[in-house]
Design a protein around this ligand. Structure first.
Ligand SMILES: Cc1cc2nc3c(=O)[nH]c(=O)nc-3n(C[C@H](O)[C@H](O)[C@H](O)COP(=O)(O)O)c2cc1C
Length: 394
């Protein structure tokens, strides 16, 4: 089983990650991880933090001569704010000492983890909540999950994504993008979709919509507000048979939904045309089956998003994620000071107007991890060579 664990606070010295269960012989370089880390902070509407984060991964173990050696892979990412911001973070986030003289934060932001975090852990200061609930943690997730992505790549499985909507501006329905995305993926795999999306300031594959979204973000900034949105993650080259219907936790659809909803601020997930399907008769939803001359079974359409019975069908896997608007608003909302009990408007910290573009790349990563884990469950072995033999024999 493939596992990963992240540690670290947003303004602590570093983020730490450990990936466990990777077979030996998988090509892995810091460069490949840095590429996906850089994709995470691109995007119009991201705040000052994005400019500060020039992430460079340090690999400490589990890799020798650019290949995995089966041991746990330990990773470190320095926090730019801690090392370069020079805003006193070393004392605010000091591991030792008593914290005397460090100002407490006591005004919770609606929509953030501030109030629930303090209530749950009994803090008298919101700082520790902000530090670990922050989406800075997703940088290390991207790093860990990129390793899974590199394993998939060895078997021609690619993961890509593109943004569908930012706030009120975006594609209306799958008919607006499906054909374009499917054509790109058929020619160049899911990464071809990402390559095109990465060229857009908002990771959209449509130039006119990109321009409209940029204007929408600018106008929202002027109104001192924030935006959410939606994106699509696509996985191509997936063989049939990953996941299972025999136990609830082995359903691939459930694992994917969990992986996407585990990302900060993600509020809904759709597999294939799940939402439209709920209001359409079955005869127009279910994908008719046919048999190719080679004997392989295929489907004429892919409304199921590549999964039936919790098992991959062999068609591209399609997962859509929906993100709520960023909770930190320049325009404050009603709150209460936890130290005094006095009603007060919430506070502002450096923040994004929207982070849907970043969320789409983080979701790509977490989806890759789930697919890699299911792939190893079916074809697993101790080395890449052994897995290749298992894969070829099925
Ligand atoms: C990539 C990414 C960037 C984010 N950036 C911010 C931000 O700049 N400011 C903010 O208030 N929330 C931001 N969020 C959202 C918060 O992390 C999230 O709303 C908060 O942790 C509470 O968790 P919940 O929304 O899942 O309930 C971001 C989320 C993601 C995925």
């Amino acid at each position: 089983m493939l596992r990963y664990l992240t540690a670290g606070e947003s303004h602590g010295e570093a983020l730490i990650g450990i990936v466990e269960g990777m077979p030996a012989g998988v090509p892995l370089t810091a460069e490949a991880i840095n590429h996906h880390l850089a994709r995470r902070w691109l995007g119009f509407g991201r705040g000052g933090r994005a400019k500060l984060e020039r992430d460079k991964i340090h690999i400490y173990s589990g890799v020798r001569f650019s290949k995995t050696i089966a041991g746990p892979i330990a990773l470190r990412l320095d926090n730019a704010a801690y090392t370069r911001d020079r805003a006193g973070w070393p004392s605010v986030m000091a591991v030792d000492g008593t914290g005397e003289g460090v100002a407490r934060i006591t005004l919770p932001r609606p929509g953030h983890a501030d109030l629930v975090g303090v209530q749950k852990y009994g803090f008298d200061d919101i700082r520790p909540v902000i530090e670990r609930a922050s989406a800075r943690e997703t940088a290390m997730r991207v790093a860990c999950c990129t390793i899974a992505r590199l394993l998939l790549k060895q078997f021609g499985i690619e993961v890509g994504s593109h943004v569908l909507r930012i706030g009120q501006v975006g594609f209306e329905g799958p008919e607006d993008w499906r054909a374009r995305v499917d054509a790109l993926a058929a020619q160049g795999g899911a990464e071809a979709v990402s390559r095109l999306a990465d060229k857009s300031a908002v990771r959209m594959i449509d130039e006119a919509l990109t321009a409209a979204c940029v204007e929408h973000i600018k106008a929202t900034k002027r109104q001192r507000d924030s935006l959410g949105g939606a994106y699509e993650v696509l996985v191509t080259g997936v063989p049939p048979g990953l996941g299972s219907y025999v136990h609830w936790e082995r359903r691939l659809s459930g694992q994917l939904a969990q992986a996407v909803l585990s990302i900060q601020a993600q509020k809904a997930v759709e597999i294939g045309d799940g939402i439209d399907g709920a209001r359409t008769p079955g005869s127009r939803v279910h994908d008719p089956i046919y048999r190719e001359e080679s004997g392989a079974y295929r489907r004429h359409s892919n409304n199921a998003g590549g999964i039936e019975g919790g098992i991959s069908t062999g068609m591209p896997i399609i997962v859509r994620g929906f993100m709520k608007p960023i909770p930190t608003l320049v325009q404050p909302l009603g709150s209460v000071d936890l130290a005094t009990g006095v009603p007060q408007l919430s506070r502002y910290e450096r923040s994004d107007i929207t982070s849907v573009q970043a969320a789409s790349t983080v979701a790509e990563s977490t989806v890759a991890f789930v697919i890699a884990n299911a792939f190893l469950e079916k074809y697993g072995g101790d080395s890449l060579e052994e897995i290749q033999e298992h894969y070829a024999s099925v």
